[in-house]
Design a protein around this ligand. Sequence first.
Ligand SMILES: CC(C)(COP(=O)(O)OP(=O)(O)OC[C@H]1O[C@@H](n2cnc3c(N)ncnc32)[C@H](O)[C@@H]1OP(=O)(O)O)[C@@H](O)C(=O)NCCC(=O)NCCS
Length: 248
Amino acid sequence: MVAAFAQMREGNDPIKPNDNLNYAANFLYMLTEKEPEPLEARIFDACLMLHAEHTMNASTFSAMVTSSTLTDPYAVVASAVGTLAGPLHGGANEEVLLMFKEIGSLENVRPYIDKCIANKQKIMGFGHRVYKVKDPRAKILQQLAERLFELTGYDDYYEMALEVEKVVTDRLGHKGIYANVYFYSGLVYRKLGIKPDLFTPMFAISRVAGWLAHWKEQLAVNRIFRPTQVYVGERNISYIPIEEREQL
Ligand SMILES: CC(C)(COP(=O)(O)OP(=O)(O)OC[C@H]1O[C@@H](n2cnc3c(N)ncnc32)[C@H](O)[C@@H]1OP(=O)(O)O)[C@@H](O)C(=O)NCCC(=O)NCCS
């Protein structure tokens, strides 16, 4: 669906799958109409595996809450996709590339990062709700990126990425903030010729396996999610008719 969408939005017909290719190579072929190099296909396959499942992250939690109502699996995936799309979760890899674009040059890395830190602005592709060390998936992706750049040629973005990681680690490493999986995945996808607005869908085509595995597990022991809440607002206030309320 994602490969067909990418073709159709350019006014082209979807490309039929080639049964001689494996899943990863076939996806790249259907996306670009070009058979990928074996290393490109191998790297994309590794990306799919690295993103397929990652315990109780935000989108998987959404999937489980939706599953618990016994709705259909399409709705389960749709709610997970909605959660994944946010920039603090799966949308981060697209944001990382926008950041490199904004930085623009190697010399601008340090001033840019300094400015983000001074303004308490999050640096995309860094930090993790659970990992307080470099995300192990980022280490693998970095090695894959390195091999891909060797094959297809280094560019400014890779140099900038290494410098951004060095500066952020120097400045924020003491707070347990290191590169996460998205920091290098955007670079890899870009090098594979994938457009930035398809980065989050790349994540989704892989993570759908994890979401649906959790869906099945949830159904096996299902009870509807219904968290309690703690009210911390004002009490004993009187009702004001809407026309008498102050305009906000
Ligand atoms: C992933 C993320 C949401 C985890 O958040 P969290 O564990 O709840 O951490 P918090 O947002 O509470 O941040 C804790 C502290 O670290 C800082 N911090 C966390 N991530 C940061 C980042 N990427 N850049 C700069 N500072 C960051 C916060 O500003 C905060 O500092 P403070 O204590 O001085 O106020 C967060 O690191 C983030 O927004 N990262 C950028 C987006 C991203 O790459 N998301 C993909 C995650 S895999």
